[in-house]
Design a protein around this ligand. Structure first.
Ligand SMILES: [Zn+2]
Length: 283
C-alpha cells in the first residue's frame, strides 16, 4: 500500500514539489559542496536494484536531475493508427521514446512493435491485459508478465526489462515478482493525463508546465489529440535544450549507473507462468 502511495503521489504533484526531488536536490548540494561539483550528480534513489537506491521496492520516477535530458514514454498501445503516427513523428524529429505495451494489443498489431524496436525505440511491459497488479495473486501477477513477454517475443523476438504497472498500482508482492523476473519498475515525473480525450493545447501545457531535468513524461496512444500535441512538445523541449533518451539510457545516467541492454534477444523457450490449480495461465 505504501508503495502504491509513493508512486501515485509522484504522479499527482509537480516534480519540484516531490519529496524525492527535494531530497535529491539536498544530496546534490551536498555533493557540490563536498566534491567541488564534479558533475557526476547525486546518488539517486527511486529505482530498483541492489546497491542503487535507498529502497529496492521503488519505481524510477525521474532520471538524473543534473542532466538536461527527457524520457518520452507512451503507454497502453499499440493502438492503430495512432501508434504508427507516433512513430512517423518520432522518426521525423529524430527522437527515440519508450513504449510500454499491453500484450493483448501487441498480438493485434505485432508489426508496429517490430517497427518500434527496429527504429531504436525501447519497449517495456505494461502487462498482458492491463490489470492492476495490487489486486492480483502472485500467480496472476506472473501470468500478466509472461503474457506480455510472449506477445513481444512473438512480435519481434526480443525481451523486456522495464515494467510500468498499470495505473501505477503495485504492492510488495508485485514488486518482488517483477524483480525476480528481471524487471525494473518505471513510474513517471510528468503526466499529460491524456488517457481521456483532452485538447492538444492542454496536453502541451500540462507537459511544459512541469517538465525539468531528468523528467519522465507519460503520454498515451489512445486519442488523436496526443498525436497533434507530440511534435509541439518535442520541438518546445528541443528549443529548451533538452536531449531525448530512452528509459534504459536514463538509468545508465544515474550515479551509480544501472546498465541494461535495451530489448535484448528473447530466449527461444519462454519461462512458463505458474498456474494455480484449476486455473488457466492467463486471466
Ligand atoms: Zn496504462
Amino acid at each position: 500500500m505504501l508503495l502504491s502511495y509513493r508512486i501515485v503521489r509522484a504522479r499527482a504533484v509537480p516534480w519540484t514539489r516531490s519529496p524525492w526531488v527535494r531530497r535529491s536536490i539536498v544530496v546534490l548540494l551536498l555533493c557540490c559542496v563536498g566534491a567541488g561539483c564534479s558533475g557526476l550528480g547525486p546518488t539517486l534513489s527511486g529505482h530498483r536494484g541492489s546497491g542503487h537506491g535507498d529502497s529496492a521496492d521503488e519505481a524510477l520516477e525521474q532520471g538524473n536531475p543534473v542532466r538536461r535530458e527527457i524520457a518520452l514514454t507512451i503507454d497502453d498501445g499499440p493502438h492503430e493508427p495512432i501508434a504508427r503516427q507516433f512513430l512517423d513523428i518520432l522518426r521525423a524529429e529524430g527522437v527515440r521514446a519508450t513504449f510500454f505495451v499491453v500484450g493483448k494489443r501487441v498480438r493485434e498489431h505485432p508489426g508496429v512493435v517490430a517497427r518500434m524496436v527496429g527504429e531504436g525505440h525501447e519497449v517495456g511491459s505494461h502487462t498482458a491485459t492491463h490489470q492492476r497488479l495490487d489486486t492480483l495473486t502472485e500467480v496472476r501477477i506472473r501470468a500478466q508478465l509472461v503474457g506480455c513477454e510472449e506477445a513481444v517475443r512473438a512480435a519481434c523476438g526480443r525481451r523486456m526489462n522495464l515494467l510500468r504497472p498499470p495505473g501505477a498500482r503495485y504492492n510488495a508482492t508485485a514488486a518482488r515478482v517483477a524483480e525476480e523476473a528481471g524487471y525494473h519498475l518505471v513510474g513517471w515525473t510528468v503526466a499529460a493525463k491524456d488517457f481521456v480525450e483532452v485538447p492538444s493545447d492542454l496536453i502541451v501545457d500540462r507537459v511544459l508546465a512541469s517538465v525539468g531535468n531528468g523528467s519522465i513524461i507519460l503520454l498515451h496512444d489512445d486519442y488523436p489529440e496526443t498525436v497533434t500535441a507530440l511534435p509541439r512538445i518535442i520541438r518546445a523541449l528541443k528549443r529548451q535544450g533538452y536531449r531525448f533518451v530512452t528509459v534504459s539510457e536514463m538509468l545508465a545516467h544515474l550515479s551509480p549507473p544501472v546498465r541494461l541492454e535495451r530489448n535484448p534477444p528473447a530466449p527461444e523457450e519462454p519461462i512458463p507462468a505458474l498456474v494455480e490449480p484449476g486455473e488457466a495461465s492467463q486471466p
